[in-house]
Design a protein around this ligand. Structure first.
Ligand SMILES: [Zn+2]
Length: 474
């Protein structure tokens, strides 16, 4: 008998089936045992036969033509699902074999499709294969979702790590980005030794260390705090805010340092006891307009005052400066165009464009995930597309964020700013100040008893080219 062998390997990453070469060897063994002569081998590699696959299988079509031409007496496959996982395809192939009187062999057994029993058995196998294809599809979808949730290749890359991709573009591993990891380790060490997040953030900004998102706004104290409480850095996976197990990436922080940081950062007394710098709204934010140094709080005989920390050029009572700045801030945030503060109108078009770009690319990526779930694209292809798109999305999101309004500020604007401002913690208030203000304090004018607003004339809203004096604000 003339035998034709058909082998196929699907792109299912969970498929633990045999390679086409192994399938062919098995089929050849069957042919040898049965004394059949192998006249032709058809092989589809990396293709799916499920009804979710739209790709044509060229060898499968050639096989059908070969059988139709009456060039073989028996079709040999490794298992029933190698030929089709779709009932319609099964019926059509069965009809063909039946019409041509061709034997149908898989899993080492020969079926005669003119016999009722054999038609039943092969039909049942086809049904089971179709069910398996459905399950595979569900499994792939689940894997995509699980990976996304686990911060594996589908999720946003955690700062401090980079991803390695294989030659085929498939995800291989998430490894430590040494330069970024050093930033995390240093911050953890300093927090663990009692330094305030605020002073670390300030130091990072002074040294020009880029933030995780690469934005121009620089490090903030809350950013440092959030970063050091991320269980990802001790190699734990988090899903919906809970640790769900060990991650498959190496830890950056040792568990002891992490635990110390966490207990410090979550300590409710932190703001008053450990972190004395955050008791004052403007310490570190206000700059001496004479020499450019930061202003620190100093206790006089009678009161606290902000004082130029380097040369003591200027000084102003804390309560006086704070009241004035808060009044200006609240007035500005109460205005209908408050949101233009951080995103000047000219830049908003660019921001909106970047945001749209990120959104469209996210949607495109979602389509690719869906295509992968339908088996229309190989996992390697998906990984390659994903890598390109994710990089582009992150870039667009960064551009959209550059002058984006932070949620903290966005939630403040509108009627009732003052009440909302009062409800913020001192840490949040400080963050708003550092986001919005470039505060400069000048020398005292002759004879001024209270704060002369003109002393703040060189201050400006961040991102604004004009000073408060030029805007007629003071
Ligand atoms: Zn000074």
């Amino acid at each position: 008998m003339r035998a034709v062998i058909y082998t196929r390997v699907s792109s299912d990453p969970n498929n633990l089936g045999r390679s086409v070469e192994e399938q062919e060897a098995d089929c050849r063994a069957v042919c040898e045992r049965e004394g059949w002569q192998v006249v032709r081998v058809f092989s589809d590699n990396d293709r799916s036969a499920s009804r979710y696959a739209k790709k044509e299988r060229p060898e499968y079509q050639a096989l059908r033509a070969f059988l139709e031409a009456g060039k073989a007496d028996v079709l040999v496959m490794w298992e029933g699902s190698r030929a089709q996982r779709d009932l319609e395809a099964y019926l059509s192939l069965r009809k063909l074999c039946q019409a041509q009187g061709i034997g149908y062999s898989y899993s080492g057994r020969l079926y005669d499709l003119s016999r009722t029993d054999d038609r039943f058995t092969t039909g049942l196998d086809a049904l089971l294969a179709e069910r398996e294809a459905d399950l595979t599809r569900d499994r792939v979808l689940r894997a995509v979702r699980a990976n996304a949730a686990a911060g594996k290749p589908h999720g946003r890359l955690l700062y401090g790590y980079r991803r390695i991709y294989g030659d085929g573009g498939q995800f291989v591993a998430q490894v430590i980005h040494e330069e970024h990891a050093e930033v995390i380790r240093e911050a953890a060490k300093r927090v663990a030794s009692g330094e305030a997040c605020y002073s670390i953030a300030e130091d990072f900004n002074r040294r020009g260390i880029p933030t995780p998102r690469g934005g121009k706004q620089g490090w903030s104290l809350s950013q440092i705090g959030r970063m050091l409480q991320n269980p990802g850095y001790i190699g734990k996976r988090v899903h919906l805010g809970k640790i769900v197990g060990d991650a498959d990436w190496p830890a950056i922080l040792d568990p002891e340092t992490y635990a110390v940081c966490r207990s410090i950062l979550t300590d409710p007394r932190r703001k008053t006891q450990r972190d004395t710098t955050v008791r004052h709204l403007l310490s570190g934010a206000a700059v001496c307009d004479v020499c450019g140094s930061r202003m620190r709080v100093q206790k006089n005989r009678t009161h606290y005052a902000y004082l130029c920390s380097a040369r003591f050029c200027v000084s102003v009572k804390t309560t006086v400066l704070e009241q004035f700045v808060v009044a200006v801030l609240v007035a500005r945030l109460s205005r209908p165009d408050a949101l233009d503060l951080l995103a000047p109108p000219a830049d908003r078009g660019v921001v909106e464009q970047a945001r749209q770009e990120a959104k469209q690319k996210r949607a495109r990526l979602e389509e690719w995930y869906a295509a992968a779930a339908r088996d229309e694209i190989t996992p390697a292809g998906l990984a390659s597309i994903e890598r390109t798109l994710l990089a582009e999305i992150e870039d667009a999101e960064r551009r959209a964020e550059h002058v984006d309004v932070p949620p903290l500020v966005r939630d403040l604007v509108g009627p009732g700013v003052e009440q909302r401002w009062e409800r913020l913690t001192i840490g949040q208030q400080r963050e708003v100040v550092s986001l919005l203000l470039d505060l400069r304090v000048g020398k005292t004018y002759q004879g001024a008893r209270s704060l002369d607003p003109r002393r703040l004339g060189n201050s400006r809203w961040r991102g604004d080219s004009q000073t408060w004096a030029e805007r007629g604000l003071v």
